[in-house]
Design a protein around this ligand. Structure first.
Ligand code: MN
Length: 513
């Protein structure tokens, strides 16, 4: 089980009532324990499910919902009605619940025992009845939740719960995410900006500015021995590839990149953060030729690549929204094989058979998505304040399906947009020594890219092979964001109508609150 989920719990509450007698509640209790054990032993749900007993009255429901809301270990609540559970007894509890809710419409026994079924059996096993009553009160109260339907032993049902469990864990994590901005957003860029107060209210992420001059104080203090040790680690992990810059410049630049990584890591640890942004125009003192120069001699892209793989969310050019989202994606993605990364739309390849879009960045792509052992290279980079020989990891991404996601601020709400893509093999690009992925948005490049633009999507995104739209839909549901998914069924006219409908919905929704 991945580390990120270790200290979290999902609370299982079984709805019942005392109408059928204490003995019935005892049977309900026994069945519930067996079901929770079954879920934990299934090996599919990555967060531990903890059985919290039956709730038989309004007071009991309220007490347990309050406890769930107050316990930092509790990432979410799963409810199930074994018998009938009159839903007015859930009103006060649902009012005070501050954690994600999953309503599991299941049943202890899988099939009706045709020969022996009698009135007692039917009264005991009536989740078809109780769950529908519970569902009504959730809808009546507009409670955000996920409804999973299926027998508790089935792989499919457990997989639906597992998706939500990963999302609930990411939402719990987001509450504690502090994102440090080394420098501000790049001048004039609209899409990377937004309302940071609303962002924290809704999603929990706290975004702070951190002076680059303070980062430089850390940089100055990095010891040579620590730099050498980190360079040794690079040698083990990556293929050393020395090209036109020559050996001397190569190792000098790699050592400086390692020094920058150590400084940034120390700041992130000391400041208790799990996401960060950089700005390639703000790297310390401006004049690199000055005698008392103190600054990064190159964009710290290698550091960013490696820190991203460790779970530090990243957004380039001050993009704090994507940095935070990338952190949450990394949490959800824990234990999956193919990886996730921050990416940027760069260059298009119009082709008769299939148009595609090259995803890259100046440097900052996460090596988790690499198809092979990354190469450590040093090349000239003519962007930003430095324009210097710069260290970086070079690789191409794995192929196969994936999904990109972003959050944009529309003024009256945040919109979470996803787009399904197919990563394909690029042709060799010997003169482009950066990490990259080549993808085709679904259902076609023209529809996928067109819909993304109509939705106001960013050129930055948080990308994963292992996550599906279901994760992001759950994430948006829990955090109260608009969700717009682009997939193989998207049509432009239908998509435009959805945008128009949502505009009205969110205007009214805001007015009602
Ligand atoms: Mn960018």
């Amino acid at each position: 089980m991945a580390k990120a989920f270790e200290n979290m719990e999902l609370w299982w509450i079984t709805g019942a009532q005392l109408l059928y007698g204490g003995e019935t509640v005892q049977i309900v209790d026994g069945h519930s324990k067996e079901m929770v054990e079954g879920l934990n032993n299934g090996g599919i749900i990555p967060v531990k499910v903890v059985y919290k007993g039956t709730a038989n009255s309004s007071n009991e429901v309220e007490a347990i919902m309050q406890a769930a809301s107050n316990d930092p270990k509790c990432a979410g609540v799963i409810t199930w009605m074994h018998t009938f559970s009159p839903a007015k007894m859930w009103i006060k509890g649902l009012q005070c619940l501050k954690k994600p809710l999953l309503h599991f419409h299941t049943q202890y026994n899988s099939q009706i025992p045709w020969e022996s079924i009698d009135m007692d059996f039917m009264n005991l096993n009536q989740s078809a009845h109780g769950d529908i009553e519970f569902g009504h009160i959730c809808s009546r109260m507009r409670v955000a939740r996920k409804v999973v339907v299926g027998h508790w032993k089935s792989k499919e049902a457990q997989e639906r719960i597992a998706v939500w469990a990963r999302v609930a864990a990411a939402v719990a994590d987001a509450h504690d995410v502090r994102c440090l901005m080394f420098g501000m957003n790049m001048n004039n860029v609209a899409v990377t900006d937004g309302d940071r107060v609303e962002f924290e209210q809704r999603l929990g992420y706290h975004v702070d500015y951190y002076p680059v001059s303070s980062l430089m104080e850390y940089f100055k203090k990095v010891e040579d021995a620590d730099v050498e040790a980190l360079v040794e680690e690079y040698r083990k992990l990556y293929t050393v590839k020395i090209d036109e810059c020559g050996e001397q410049v190569y190792w000098e630049k790699v050592r400086n990149a390692a020094k920058a990584e150590i400084a940034i890591r120390r700041v992130l640890e000391d400041e208790n953060t799990s996401a960060n942004t950089t700005n390639f125009d703000d790297l310390g003192a401006a004049d690199i030729t000055a005698e008392d120069f103190c600054g990064f001699d190159q964009i710290p892209g290698l550091a960013t690549q490696r820190l991203m793989a460790e779970g530090y969310g990243f957004g380039a050019e001050g993009d704090w929204k994507t940095a935070c989202l990338q952190r949450s994606l990394w949490v959800m993605n824990q234990g999956f094989e193919k990886g996730c990364s921050f990416l940027e739309d760069y260059t298009l390849n119009f082709a008769e058979d299939c148009t595609s879009s090259l995803q890259s960045h100046m440097l900052e792509v996460c090596p988790l998505i690499s198809s092979d052992k990354p190469k450590l290279e040093v090349h000239f980079l003519g962007i930003g304040i430095r324009k210097q020989q710069t260290a970086r990891l070079v690789f191409t991404s794995k192929t196969g399906r994936g999904i990109k996601a972003t959050i944009v601020d529309l003024g009256n709400r945040f919109r979470l947009i996803t787009s399904e893509v197919e990563c394909i093999e690029p042709k060799p690009m010997p003169k482009l020594p950066v990490a990259s992925a080549l993808w085709v948005p679904q259902p076609t490049f023209e529809i996928g890219a067109g819909a993304w633009i109509l939705a106001g999507g960013t050129h930055h995104s948080a990308f994963s092979y292992d996550i599906t739209a279901e994760y992001w839909e759950d994430f948006a549901e829990i955090t109260g964001m608009e969700f717009i998914g682009i997939d193989k069924n998207t049509t432009i006219s239908g998509f435009k109508q959805q945008l128009r409908n949502n505009e009205v919905y969110y205007m009214l929704n805001k007015a009602l609150k």
